[in-house]
Design a protein around this ligand. Sequence first.
Ligand SMILES: Nc1nc2c(ncn2[C@@H]2O[C@H](COP(=O)(O)OP(=O)(O)OP(=O)(O)O)[C@@H](O)[C@H]2O)c(=O)[nH]1
Ligand SMILES: [Mg+2]
Length: 312
Amino acid sequence: MPANLPPEYYEAEKTFKEARSPQEKIAALESLIATVPKHKGTDKIRADMRRRLSKLREEGAKRKKGGKGDLYTIQREGASQVALAGFPNSGKSSLLKCLTNANPVIADYPISTVMPLPGMMPFEDILIQLIDLPPIGNEATDGWVSGIIRNADVSIFVIDLTEAPNAQAEFLLEQMGKWKITNRGILIAANKADAPESKKAAEILKGLYHDVLPVIAVSSKTKEGLEELKHEVFKASGIIRVYSKEPGKPPDLNTPFTVRSGATVYGLAEIIHKDFLLNLKYACVWGSVKFQGQRVQRDYVLKDKDIVEFHI
Ligand SMILES: Nc1nc2c(ncn2[C@@H]2O[C@H](COP(=O)(O)OP(=O)(O)OP(=O)(O)O)[C@@H](O)[C@H]2O)c(=O)[nH]1
Ligand SMILES: [Mg+2]
C-alpha cells in the first residue's frame, strides 16, 4: 500500500466496496478519486481509477439504451445471481419471500407470477440475489425466462414434493438440456417438506439425483432446510470471500471481497488495485495457511474467509 494515501482514501474505498448499483459505484469511485493526492507517485493509481470510472459510465449508458427488453432483464446485485425455476405452484414465490426482503404475490392458483422479481438474500456477511420467475413451460414467458436462467450464476429448481416430484425434476433437467443451459450451478429445493407424504418423496428424489446435484428438502411454511439451502446456494455460486488487511492494522472483516473460487493472491490484487498487481512483493495470509500470517507467493490459491495482507 503506498504510504502517502490519506485516511479519507480508506474511508472512500470502503464505500466503493460496499456500493451495489452501477449508479452507486460511479458516485463512490468519483469520491474515491478525489481523495488521492495529485503527485507523481500517484499517477498510476489515478489513471487506473479514471479508466475504471469511464468503463462504469460506458456500461451505464449501454444499459439505458436497452429499451423495452429491460423489463425482463434483472440488473445484477450482490455476490451472485440465482434464478428460481419450477412448475406452477411449486413455491418459488414463497421461497423468495422467506429468504429475501422482497414481497411477491403468493397464491394457490397457477401462474401467479408473471414478471421477474429480484430480492436480496443475506448469507452470513454477503448478499446473494434471488430472482423469482413465472413457471417453466409457459410459451408466453419461456423465452425471457430461459434468458434469465442462462445469465444467472445458479439455478434452484423448486420442486413440489406433493405433486409427482420425480417427473418435475426430469422435465426441468430435460428442458435445460433443450435450452442448452449446462455446466453451471444447479440445485434442487424439494419444497413443501412439511406435507404428510413429503418425507418419503424427498428420500426418493434424493436417491435419484444426489449424485448429479444437491437435493435439499425445504419448507417455506416451517422454514425447515432453509439454512442448508443458503449454504448450498453459496457453494454452487463458485465464489469465496476474502478480507484485506493493511500491515500493522486489524483486518477489515466487515466488507469481504468476493472472488471466483480458485482465485490466487495475484487475482485478488488485480481486483483490488493495479498498483498491488504491479508492485507486489509478497503477501501474508491468515486462514487457510499452515502458519497464520504466513508469507505466500502470488500464485497461492485463496480459500473462503482468508485474510490477505499485501506487501509492495
Ligand atoms: N404446505 C406448503 N405449502 C406451500 C409451501 N410453499 C408454498 N406453498 C403453497 O403453494 C402455493 C403456491 O405457492 P407460490 O409461492 O405462489 O408458488 P409459485 O411457484 O410461485 O407459483 P407460480 O408463480 O404460479 O409459478 C401457495 O398456496 C402456497 O401457500 C410449503 O413449504 N408448504
Ligand atoms: Mg410465483
